[in-house]
Design a protein around this ligand. Sequence first.
Ligand code: ATP
Length: 515
Amino acid sequence: MAQEDVFKKLVAHCKEYGYVFPSSEIYDGLAAVYDYGQYGVELKNNIKKYWWDSMILLHENVVGLDSAIFMHPSIWKASGHVDAFSDPLIDNKDSKKRYRADVLIEDYMAKIEAKIDKEVTKAQKRFGDSFDEQQFRDTNQRVLDNRKKIDAVNSRFVKAINEDDLDEIRQIIIDAGIVCPVSGSKNWTDVRQFNLMFSTEMGSTAEGASKIYLRPETAQGIFVNYLNVQKTGRMKLPFGIAQIGKAFRNEIVARQFIFRMREFEQMEMQYFVKPGEELEWFKKWKEMRMKWHQSLGFGEENYRFHDHDKLAHYANAATDIEFKFPFGFKEVEGIHSRTDFDLGAHQELSGKKLQYFDPETRESFVPYVVETSIGVDRMFLQIVTASYTEEELEKEDGTKDMRVVLKLPPALAPVKLAVMPLTKKDGLPEKARKIIENLKFDINCQYDEKDSIGKRYRRQDAIGTPYCVTVDHQTLEDDTVTIRFRDSMEQERVSIDEIGKMIMEKVSFRKLFEN
Ligand code: ATP
């Protein structure tokens, strides 16, 4: 199936099964804003717990924070967001469609890269076991020509971005012959910078009101509180502050469902270190964060690092962790060595010292910072993408059937256990409810009595419930039930007393952390 179709199905599935709804749907929606439904919110909460516990429980020197969305407007001046938090936009005069100029160029390079990969796959098939991929890439003329094309565009692009040369960015688009996907024309406007921050007014009277911003990242709330936390928590370097919260960006082009939203949620951790130690910590956090992703078991080949050529104004090293979405490898998390840029800038603009006093050397200095920053929503998309599976099954009469399963890691699944009475009579519903009564404080259970057992299994598969328990007439006699496993569809007869322990072990976060 084409990857585009897979993605469409996934979006439809998220809506049909109460995971994600378009915002304000009865008013035809609000672009790039989404609501999470009854199962979506549970999955989201579990993702946040997985992240939070991995930061706070596994690191005794990382503590949490919950800072406000509204902050003093000077914060965004100091951080550089007022002057530089913008994307280069370009319009096509024929279709009137607006694009991010940098994304047009990146997509162009990705297309050529895909052509190279196709050549390689073709050759691999042709030569079989004797195929030497590196040699092929180094010598095949078509591959070399395409690589040259990418390198030429990329070096011009990196230079233009670094020098903020908007005319050159436009010229690259023209020279590469990039056309508007809608009109097919090369009739482009100039490139302009567009600030992504939303602003609003605080205060009730026109004269007294001041312009403030909805935060475009949660990190600044951590920076301006760093000394509060350090002093009240008696924290010694290195230490980290973690925060989860909403962020807002007026994205120029919002596409790909919850991948790029205008209101989204971030999980950020700023790690404060001694100057000079930042690159060592950058490397450590890079490894730790990749492990965190890979522990979910979606396959190491679906992740990669993308080290930045073009560094943001605050960074001396930066990388993205990318995941293979149906629309290609894309960033889910950024890891940045932010130097003392933010604390230094806040110290200067506020006039308040933000220095750390080192009791050992008796010196004061502004710490350096390594940041890990991940979007909850992108993580959500990563998880449902990797979990969504269509399986062909053979029925007892030999005909084919299909099931859609969300193979979510059990610890993250919204519902852990569905309890199903075989029939709605003979005391079976009461027995089923009793099981739930016993377990509901520890695990999220769902009572399900509608439709045939087969249909109920399918419904729970689609939601991603890892375990189903069926209560039948034998249960009334010997207190045993049938437990059915989502992924293998195997069934086992177990005693009611065993269910709680068995499931709690399988759905615990400890399992993920031990990975
Ligand atoms: P991109 O290049 O995709 O715009 P970014 O480099 O601007 O992302 P960061 O500023 O590093 O992103 O933000 C950290 C994380 O926040 C990203 O890795 C991503 O997971 C998430 N994020 C950023 N912008 C959005 C958005 N518009 N919608 C959803 N998540 C986002």
